[in-house]
Design a protein around this ligand. Sequence first.
Ligand code: ATR
Length: 311
Amino acid sequence: MVGALHCTGTPTEQAHAQPEGLRDNRPLSRCLWYPKPLMTDRYAVFGHPIAHSKSPLIHGLFAQATGQALEYTAIEAPLEGFRDTLLAFRAAGGRGANVTLPFKLQAFELATHPSEAARMAGAANALKFDGERILAENFDGMGLVNDLQRNLGVALAGKRVLLCGAGGATRGAILPIAAEKPALMAVANRTAAKAHALQADFANHLALHTGGYEDLGGMTFDVVINATSTGLSQDRLPLPPDVFARDALAYDMVYGKGLTPFLQQATEAGVDRLADGVGMLVEQAAEAFVWWRGVRPDTRTVIDRLTVPLT
Ligand code: ATR
């Protein structure tokens, strides 16, 4: 921070940290002559559009509950201007950022130090600035797993898990789910070739069953996750009804849309354990908060506050 004197070390060391001409071995208490600016740590979520984002509300509630002094805003970067907008934010003192559509791939590319989760997803949803270094993370998958296991009480170990869709959302979810040791993991996608491509990319990590929806005939799953964008488009997936096991959980990654076509479809197949992605949203935010601030916020009250009934 410009103008800050860090009053640590011995009085002699402190004296040498003072600007030329002012070295007089004054004790620690005299350091006040060179004030440290009282700047609130700044964070923001970047996207386009961004007005709908719940992240400022979520992080504001986390900050309030944990007593952290920080500012968190939403910034709409121009479609061709993500890099410049983000770097200007960093230059103005930004400490970290969340990134949402359509900039997650660019955020990953800008990172100097991406985590393994970000590398495997090929996308970042959280950044931390550390001098010239840009650290990147992808907490979406961890947010999903935490929501499934901690909030919804579905232990993934030994379960049969189906991910519908083969885009970025699925890519980010594969390793965190695999880490919980399910009995079977499958990815089905409208364009089967994209699902097969994922199998090749993750071949060193796990055995993934991949194909089109028509290839699911005769297969049954305990957890069926919709990671396609159909929650927004109102389209249905061509899922065989017996894809849902008895007591299966149907999980749609979109949030706040009530009973989406996928959840409706699951209901018609007899499924009564339904969830949307509100918990995933709050849990990924909590992971970013811990990463930035070193304090874990409680998520339950925030999830309850944001939950829209599935009707
Ligand atoms: P994201 O990063 O959110 O995963 P994406 O990479 O654009 O978004 O991927 C969108 C996913 O939704 C894809 O798996 C897409 O299927 P295709 O690969 O065949 O395009 C899936 N999707 C979108 N609309 C769909 C629809 N009407 N029916 C079935 N799948 C659909």
